[in-house]
Write a protein that binds this ligand. Structure first.
Ligand code: NAD
Length: 454
């Protein structure tokens, strides 16, 4: 029997319906991650020199926080939830039961390879599903430690890892799953969605996008530059919610560029290649693609690279054309185009040129401007006067819209995402109002007022 068959068999035996079974498994996982935290940081460092500080903060501690929250609340989240009953059904008590979908497939990308495999997996297990995790082949050291941790904690018929690249992913997608959670590019998201449609399998698609950061003439420029630099060059720009390009009011452009340069040097020193705090581009092909984007562009800062270890410096690009490679799709690397705007029509022209992004950031001290951008444009989420930080609040949904994805997770939302919500009305027997049964004798004038009973 293949992996999926074994997991289906295990699920059918109802073991995962027991919340204490799920809790025990998650506690074992918590212990294992804590014990292997340094090994995880080492593995990700080997893959693309991600600074250990960033791994602890954005990968392991992030996942441990999700685990802690889940363990604390799982009994409550998994209990039937009483809802107020409608008069129509009176006398009754009305409930939502959360049931696991069954066999879940999680396909993860390479940029936060630990977090993006484990955060959805924890929720899927908490909700009572079996899980197959397919980590990214682009970060092989991390994929193997993910596999080691999962096989140390779970029996494979409950949770397992299938390592491999595109072909393995396609083989998995050809199977009939009960839920697919995919994080990756919009291009592959479309392939996943098509495969899922064949079986009417529900999906979450956590995709990318071209995220604008708008800096208006009232913004606190130095602080804006500091926060943009942090969010953009974290993980060497390989963050799905990082700024993709800056739209800055012409009046403050020079000041912003100077402040960006100053902050890059402050964060990474004069010799950025030697900085222990700056990651590498993950692969040769990704690196080559980024370098190609720079051909013919006016570079304001950076632009230097080293083919030996895919090092590309934080790079500021001045006023690229909208039809150039750099402005065609998501950059996903340490290149930051800076484009001046004169008025709100210019902003509109840029923002509507791409699909709905995963994130948008607004640096402004004008409340009316902040409000206008939030209300007028559709995007996954964002921040005012900062970047990236929306991901750190587990009470906020994390997900895209339109081309940047379907569905959102984190915190309790993740538990709900992997649960089918079953509506149950528990009807009392001591009264059975005759009005709904044929022959229909209720005057139609009264039927027209029935809405008050729903
Ligand atoms: P990717 O789409 O190339 O790969 C993601 C996963 O899909 C990998 O496991 C890979 O093996 C698999 N895959 C690749 N090609 C496939 C195919 N043809 N058929 C089936 N499976 C295939 O993405 P990536 O390069 O690993 O990650 C970068 C992208 O992910 C960026 O676009 C980024 O914005 C996005 N991303 C989104 C989020 C989010 O939360 N929304 C988070 C991280 C990354």
């Amino acid at each position: 029997m293949n992996v999926l068959g074994k997991q289906r068999d295990f699920f059918t035996r109802q073991k995962t319906k027991d919340v204490s079974f799920r809790k025990e498994a998650l506690k074992r996982l918590q212990k294992e991650i804590i014990a292997r935290e340094d090994d995880i940081a080492e593995a990700i460092y080997k893959d693309f020199k991600k600074p250990k500080f960033e791994t602890l903060a954005a990968e392991t501690q992030f996942v441990l926080a999700e685990l802690k929250l889940t363990l604390k609340n799982i009994d409550n989240w998994a209990s039937p939830e009483r809802k107020s009953a409608s008069l129509m059904n009176w006398p009754s008590s009305d409930w939502i039961y959360r049931e696991p979908y069954g066999a879940v497939l999680i396909i993860a990308p390479w940029n936060y390879p630990f977090q993006l495999a484990f955060a959805p997996m924890i929720a899927a297990v908490a909700a009572g599903n079996t899980v197959v995790v397919k980590p990214s082949e682009v970060t092989p050291h991390t994929a193997s430690i993910i596999s080691e941790i999962i096989s140390a904690v779970f029996v494979p018929e409950h949770v397992t890892v299938v390592e491999g690249g595109v072909e393995v992913s396609q083989e998995l997608l050809a199977e009939k799953w009960d839920y697919i959670f995919f994080t990756g590019s919009t291009r592959v998201g479309q392939i996943v969605y098509e495969s899922a449609a064949k079986h009417i399998t529900p999906v979450t698609l956590e995709l990318g996008g071209k995220n604008p950061t708008i800096v208006d003439e009232t913004a606190s420029i130095n602080l804006a530059a500091k926060r943009i630099v942090w969010g953009k060059f974290l993980n060497a720009g390989q963050t799905c919610i990082a700024t993709d390009y800056i739209l800055v009011h012409r009046e403050v452009k020079d000041k912003l560029v100077a402040a960006l340069k100053q902050n890059i040097t402050k964060c990474y020193g004069e010799n950025i290649e030697q900085s222990p705090d700056f990651s590498r581009t993950v692969s040769k092909s990704h690196y080559d693609g980024l370098k190609e984007m720079l051909v013919g562009e006016e570079i304001l800062f950076g632009g230097n690279s080293n083919d030996e270890d895919n090092y590309l410096a934080p790079t500021l690009v001045n006023e690229p054309n909208l039809d150039c490679k750099l402005m065609h799709g998501e950059i996903f690397g340490p290149i930051l185009p800076i484009i001046a705007y004169e008025n709100e029509d210019d902003i509109e022209k840029h923002l509507t040129n791409y699909g709905k992004p995963l994130a948008t950031y607004i640096f402004s001290n004008r409340k009316s401007f902040q409000k206008k951008i939030i209300n007028r444009y559709s995007f996954g989420g964002g921040a005012i006067n900062d970047t990236v930080i929306q991901i750190t609040n587990k009470n906020l949904p994390f997900g895209g819209v339109g081309a940047s994805g379907i569905g959102a997770y984190h915190g309790k939302r993740s538990f709900d995402l992997f649960s089918h919500q079953k509506a149950i009305v528990k009807k009392a027997n001591w009264l059975d109002a005759p009005l709904r049964y044929p022959p229909y004798n209720l005057p139609l004038q009264i039927v027209k007022k029935i809405k008050h009973l729903f």
